[in-house]
Ligand binder design. Structure first.
Ligand SMILES: *Cc1c(COP(=O)(O)O)cnc(C)c1O
Length: 421
């Protein structure tokens, strides 16, 4: 037995979260390393989905208010279950819409441009949907030239000082990721928020790649707003309803996209033509919530509450430490570039490796039951997830990668990406 396998087994024996693995359906994958793109299904989320279907079966229309999981309050209930994960008050967190829709809704609500101060600061590395949303908002307001992007020196990482230097008097609002979806860098959210506020700028974060893997203290940091999806680390299932936080100091603003589910619940069914905005985060809802796209979260989020986000973060860092250490050791003869920052403060829940044959390597990994994902032009993202990956999984993943590199198995596959990468 090699020393890495021994070490992996020792770590698994002492792992207090190891018991959660058997709660998940691992599917066809032998080693699933893609929980940052789509988290796996658990028995608990399957059960909560079935429970909600049972409520429909038994109560019909009365399911909105009856039973243990009344649909009328489910967005708020799931919001409350996520409050600790983002470090906010329950009445500031909601499950609603999609990440992209929530970017539209919150920015359109909190953006107050003037002719001197109308620019929105984003970064050169963010996910395309965030950029499309911001650009379309600027165009709708007549400030089509108003997007400012923080550049990256190496196209992987962002420098905090560079971001801060760009916070000038022309910037009205900032949207940045918490963890960069490619390199896995964690931004200094607390410091960035403080600096933005010193300049009178509203700041929000997209937590898609940190929620459920990295703890946040949004309220203590005084972050204005945040959005996130729930199908990645939170295991809510494909297209599950997204999360939203808006600091209560902004709840007096009239929301931009109004709909009857943003109305005060007490008067919603008065059916008046004057909008009576809910006083808490509920105001950000628009139409009827997608109950079946929330139901799996009732089960999935229970596990985060039980396991504790602090313990999840601890194990996640140990998993990525282990993976980085092992790659540096057993793959030292191959020029694999570890892009992700090594320091814990700067590293999220996944790692990105680079190699000119990355697409072929990714395909070869998949053919051997390892599920990572490819990111063009030449990178592979690997996410060992605390709730369902073991240290032994990481060991085997790296050993399979070593076999692929030693035997040049990637040459048997096209070095290009599929439709979904
Ligand atoms: C996954 C992801 C999204 C996806 O947005 P949807 O509206 O859920 O499709 C948006 N932004 C970032 C940064 C993401 O990682």
């Amino acid at each position: 037995m090699n020393q890495w396998l021994e070490k992996a087994r020792r770590k698994d024996e002492r792992d207090a979260l190891a018991k959660y693995k058997e709660e998940f359906y691992l599917g066809d994958a032998v080693y699933y390393m893609d929980g940052n793109s789509l988290g796996l299904m658990s028995r608990r989320s399957e059960q909560s989905m079935l429970d909600v279907m049972e409520d429909w079966k038994n109560h019909g229309i009365d399911g909105w208010t009856r039973g243990e999981r009344p649909w009328f309050y489910m967005s708020e209930r799931i919001g409350a279950m996520m409050a600790d994960l983002v470090g906010a008050e329950k009445h500031e967190v909601l499950a609603t819409s999609s990440t992209t829709m929530n970017i539209h809704q919150t920015i359109r609500t909190l953006y107050r441009p003037t002719d001197e101060r109308y620019r929105i600061l984003v970064d050169d590395l963010n996910f395309p949907s965030d950029i499309y949303a911001v650009q379309s908002i600027l165009e709708d307001y007549g400030y089509g030239d108003g997007m400012v992007k923080v550049p990256s020196d190496d196209s992987h990482l962002l420098a905090t000082d560079r971001i801060i230097d760009m916070m000038d008097e022309s910037i009205a609002l900032i949207l940045l990721p918490s963890v960069l979806y490619r390199s896995g860098q964690v931004l200094e959210m607390e410091k960035l928020t403080r600096k933005a506020h010193e300049k009178g700028i509203v700041i929000g974060f997209d937590l898609c790649h940190s929620i459920g893997s990295v703890p946040h203290h949004l309220k203590a940091w005084d972050v204005d707003f945040a959005v996130w999806c729930t199908y990645k680390h939170l295991n809510g299932g494909p297209g599950s309803v997204a999360g939203l936080y808006v600091n209560e100091k902004h709840h007096h603003h009239p929301v931009s996209l109004k709909g009857w589910f943003g109305n005060d619940k007490e008067t919603q069914f008065d059916m008046k033509h004057t909008f009576d905005q809910a006083s808490d985060i509920s105001q950000y809802q628009v139409g009827t919530p997608h109950i079946f796209s929330m139901a799996p979260l009732l089960g999935a989020l229970e596990m985060f509450d039980e396991a504790g986000i602090g313990n999840i973060r601890q194990k996640s860092l140990e998993l990525t430490d282990f993976m980085i250490g092992m790659i540096e050791d057993v793959l030292k003869d191959h020029d694999i570039d570890i892009v992700t920052p090594k320091s814990h403060d700067d590293r999220g829940g996944h790692i990105l490796i680079g190699h000119p044959q990355a697409a072929g390597i990714n395909a070869a990994l998949k053919s051997k039951g390892v599920i990572p994902d490819f990111r063009a032009p030449s990178y592979v993202r690997i996410a060992p997830v605390a709730l369902y990956n073991s240290f032994e999984d990481v060991h085997h993943t790296v050993m399979i990668l070593k076999e692929i590199m030693d035997d040049r198995l990637y040459e048997q596959f096209d070095n290009k990406r599929g439709v979904i990468a």
